[in-house]
Design a protein around this ligand. Sequence first.
Ligand code: NAP
Length: 281
Amino acid sequence: MAAILIDGRAVAAKWKGDLALQAAELSADGTEPHLAVVLVGDNAASQVYVRNKENACRKAGIRSTVIRLAEDCDQEQLENTVRSLNDDAGVHGILVQLPLPRHLDEAAVLRLIDPNKDVDGFHAMNSGRLMNGQKGFIPCTPLGVMKLLEAYDIPVSGKHAVVIGRSNIVGKPMAMLLLAADATVTVCHSKTENLKELVRQADIVVAAVGRAAFVTADMIKPGAVVIDVGINRVDGAIVGDVDPAAAEAAGYLTPVPGGVGQMTIAMLLHNTLEAVREYGR
Ligand code: NAP
């Protein structure tokens, strides 16, 4: 039996509609939500991601400002930009588009962002809050995955979830969120032995590897929920980390495109409005 395809576009559209209403209410109350995005250099993919964020903000009635710095800007210039955004009471969310050019110290920049404006949720304060089960900003992609599972009433409690990937942006926060939702979580990475066997035991698989067709149909337990976070460019097309043939074994599958990616921007808008509600008025 073929998997039910999880329609990230439809779920994200619903979220964006609700968020636009919330943004309008906040503006009517006198605080126009404002997201500042810092973009360094001219990485083509980053330009597209930032443009998508700007468009989504505009449609939701959230003000966005993009600060563009030259590819060869130095650490001090970048850090001063972040400092001035931290100090600007009219800015509620700050996002530094990653990856940064190699000569810049990414960790130092992320550390500098005011944790109360850290709508990407990458500051150690927010990862710590997530780890400790405290309220804080949660990275947008794993948060979006949790919202997709909720939207489809997919039970998580007591299930065995296998997360493939352990990045600070996706894999680790994903594992923490699943654990907080009472899943039993296994995290796999490039040094994992018997990865196929582990994935085969999963009720829920989250693939965040960055390799096309990494997860194949034979790795999927029949009926498992398969969440494909990967974005890979193959011959000009965007594909995920999961071989589409896995749909024959899975119970649910997120398509790429049209799955998780759609939720990431919706959660960025959500976090920006949370920043206004929690700290911005
Ligand atoms: P990343 O930082 O490169 O992390 C990749 C992870 O995969 C690492 O933990 C790595 O293990 C693991 N890995 C690599 N090769 C492996 C192998 N052969 N076997 C097992 N594990 C392996 O990437 P990321 O930022 O987490 O992103 C992952 C994917 O999600 C990418 O395709 C990215 O474009 C996509 N993404 C999508 C969205 C969205 O909105 N849909 C958002 C963010 C990212 P080690 O730690 O051992 O190196």
